[in-house]
Design a protein around this ligand. Structure first.
Ligand code: MF3
Ligand code: CO
Ligand code: CO
Length: 315
């Protein structure tokens, strides 16, 4: 399934083979024509016997991490943080999202890790192309899962950069907003309030609090400012896999839902819109945008539930 977990099953998704024209450049980055590269592979049905049946998301169990796993995940999360710091130092007007992708890709490999988004979704039923880049870059009205491209950042843009490292098999996932130059007050307010939503969600993390406490704190703050909370994507358990149970909804009722337990690790990653929360996914199978074209912001951290509260692993 997919990142920032889509709540929808993707049965109706087009396959990459339907999506990409035969003479277009292949999604894999080889530079070859699609028909000379991945077309046949994408068309080929994975034989049912070759595919290990995966439990449905709702049947998967929450993984309570061991001390050894926590150490590994903590390191991966610190690398994710360092990579976002690097982006923060270099980003600005005139930079392309492809360039940001390349910085993160090369630095991740140089540190002995693998960028988890690259080829994410490969072999999962071939319902769409695997994610073709090493980070997600979600510009302006893009809610999440934007694909880096050659367009230059301009004064007035807002951009989310989402980085996930796989370091020795342990995952760390975080994202930040970047404001490029001058933006209107309401745009800056969106970015700041979304960050506050993440922090208010984090404040609810401690043993025996409920998932609904997190969602409620986020929803109340966003809606008090006249913004809306995206419903179609959620935070998620993380660490041993990129996306684990449970889903962390960014809206909800206090006291409702699964109880938090010590040594759970998950993300909170609210996506907040200036306009309506309705969302649609573009023909590339990934890019999620607001249907009304209004701006969307997102901030994300990975965190550990401790005996007394929370440790933000990507801080
Ligand atoms: N990093 C995203 C998340 O927060 C997931 C991205 S999946 C990708 O869960 F394939 F789009 F990269
Ligand atoms: Co995430
Ligand atoms: Co992420």
């Amino acid at each position: 399934n997919e990142g920032t977990q889509s709540i929808f099953e993707s049965k109706s998704m087009k396959t990459a083979a339907n999506l990409i024209s035969r003479n277009a450049t292949c999604w894999c980055g080889s530079g070859k024509k699609y028909k000379k590269c991945h077309l046949l592979i994408d068309q080929k049905e994975v034989s049912p016997s070759a595919e290990v049946p995966k439990p449905k998301r709702k049947d998967r169990n929450i993984i309570i991490k061991t001390e050894e796993q926590i150490d590994g995940i903590r390191k991966s999360c610190q690398m994710t943080k360092d990579l976002l710091d690097m982006v923060e130092e270099r980003i600005g007007v005139g930079v392309t999202t492809n360039e940001i992708d390349e910085w993160v890709h090369l630095e991740t490999l140089a540190r002995g890790a693998v960028p988890a988004p690259l080829n994410y979704g490969r072999g999962q039923g071939r319902q769409r192309m695997p994610f073709p880049k090493s980070i997600c870059t979600s510009l302006n009205e893009v809610i999440c899962h934007g694909i880096p491209n050659s367009q230059e950042l301009r004064n007035g843009d807002i951009l989310n950069v989402d980085v996930t490292c796989n370091f020795h098999g342990y995952f760390g996932d975080a994202s930040r907003m970047f404001v490029i130059g001058e933006v209107p007050d309401r745009t800056r307010e969106l970015v700041e309030v979304t960050r506050e939503c993440l922090n208010l969600g984090i404040e609810q993390v401690r043993p025996n609090n409920k998932l609904g406490d997190i969602g409620h704190a986020i929803q109340e703050h966003a809606e008090n400012h006249g913004f809306s909370v995206v419903r179609d994507f959620a935070g998620h358990g993380v660490g041993i896999e990129f996306h684990e149970a449970p889903q962390i909804l960014h809206y909800g009722e206090p006291g409702i839902g699964e109880a938090l337990r010590e040594n759970m690790i998950f993300t909170i990653e609210p996506m907040i819109n200036i306009g309506d929360y309705a969302c649609k996914v573009l023909g590339d199978g990934w890019t999620a945008v607001t249907t009304d074209g209004t701006l969307s912001a997102q901030w994300e951290h990975t965190m550990l539930v401790t005996s007394s509260g929370v440790e933000v692993l990507t801080a």
